[in-house]
Design a protein. Structure first.
Length: 114
């Protein structure tokens, strides 16, 4: 029954071929680079956050799972909340120096942005 899920095929034109098998395009999995070859930029941002400061970590190349794992480890070690999505990690507060030190201790090439 899972092979006949009609919701995945909503934009597909009907085929009269009785042997037609619908296949979905598989998304490419981005391979995560080694920490020593990652170039991360740690910056401060206040835009669209009602004046609150957040620390942004940009430049991560890899899968969403690895980004989430790195974000979780940074949140736990800094003791703050945050999120990891769309290729960047957001941490609450101004933690630029602490995050750069943590990333460098994890063998990432981290640089303080602004």
């Amino acid at each position: 029954m899972a092979d006949n899920d009609w919701k995945k095929r909503l934009g597909v034109v009907y085929s009269t071929n009785p042997d037609f098998q619908y296949t979905e395009a598989e998304e490419e999995q981005v391979k995560t680079l080694a920490p020593s070859s990652q170039r991360l930029i740690v910056s401060l941002d206040r835009r669209a956050r009602a004046g609150k400061q957040v620390t942004l970590v940009k430049g991560f190349v890899g899968s969403e799972e690895d980004l989430a794992a790195l974000g979780k480890s940074l949140k736990v070690k800094c003791g703050v909340g945050g999120t990891a999505k769309d290729g960047e990690i957001t941490l609450q507060g101004d933690l630029r120096d602490k995050v750069v030190a943590l990333l460098q201790s994890m063998s990432y090439k981290a640089k303080r942005g602004n």
